[in-house]
Design a protein around this ligand. Structure first.
Ligand SMILES: Cc1cc2nc3c(=O)[nH]c(=O)nc-3n(C[C@H](O)[C@H](O)[C@H](O)COP(=O)(O)O)c2cc1C
Length: 165
């Protein structure tokens, strides 16, 4: 593949943005041309030849900017190679086993013929927005469960697939 790759993300508290930047960096190191953008800033998918999209999980759904991105650009996305990732669990579960996509994302995967989906561990720290977030933190249930080695491994696999396209 010779064109440009879009790595885009829906992130309320910034932790999914860091995952996306890590994925973008791995793809760049592999020689691909990559743009990383928040989902709400993408006006068109037309300039891109492949797309990696991810979002944080909120109440069993993708964060709203991520959801909107998939909906708004569904026609263009269905015509392009697409990889999806979710970020959510605030425990070690994502490191221990494959966590399937939430129902809405599973539907999108099928509709858009996405090549792969992975769930990474999430992160919730001080300063997170919303009273539910503050309640989770007050109950000592926050923390950083992102495994950047796993994230880099997944991105390397995606880069391999892109290079062989
Ligand atoms: C209000 C709220 C609801 C959440 N719901 C879920 C959920 O349904 N499933 C899940 O795995 N994680 C859930 N989480 C954890 C987030 O997905 C996790 O903090 C994620 O890393 C947030 O991404 P962001 O920092 O990019 O916004 C929730 C967190 C908050 C604050």
């Amino acid at each position: 593949m010779t064109g440009t790759v879009l790595v885009t993300y829906g992130s309320t508290n910034g932790s999914t943005a860091q995952i996306a930047e890590t994925v973008a960096e791995v793809l760049r190191k592999d020689g691909l041309t990559v743009e990383a953008r928040p989902a709400q800033d993408v006006t068109s998918v037309a300039p891109y030849d492949a797309v990696v999209a991810g979002a944080g999980l909120y109440a069993g759904r993708w964060q709203k900017d991520g959801r909107r991105f998939l909906r708004r650009h569904r026609r263009a996305l269905a015509e392009r190679p697409l990889w999806l990732f979710s970020s959510g669990p605030l425990d070690a579960s994502a490191s221990e086993r494959d966590i399937p996509p939430v129902p809405g994302v599973k539907k999108a995967m099928t509709a858009l013929d996405a090549r792969d989906h992975v769930t990474f561990g999430g992160c919730l720290g001080e300063g997170a927005r919303g009273w539910v977030a503050r309640m989770i933190l007050r109950n000592g249930k926050g923390g950083d469960y992102r495994d950047f080695t796993t994230i880099e491994k997944w991105a390397t696999r995606v880069a391999d697939e892109m290079r062989h396209m």
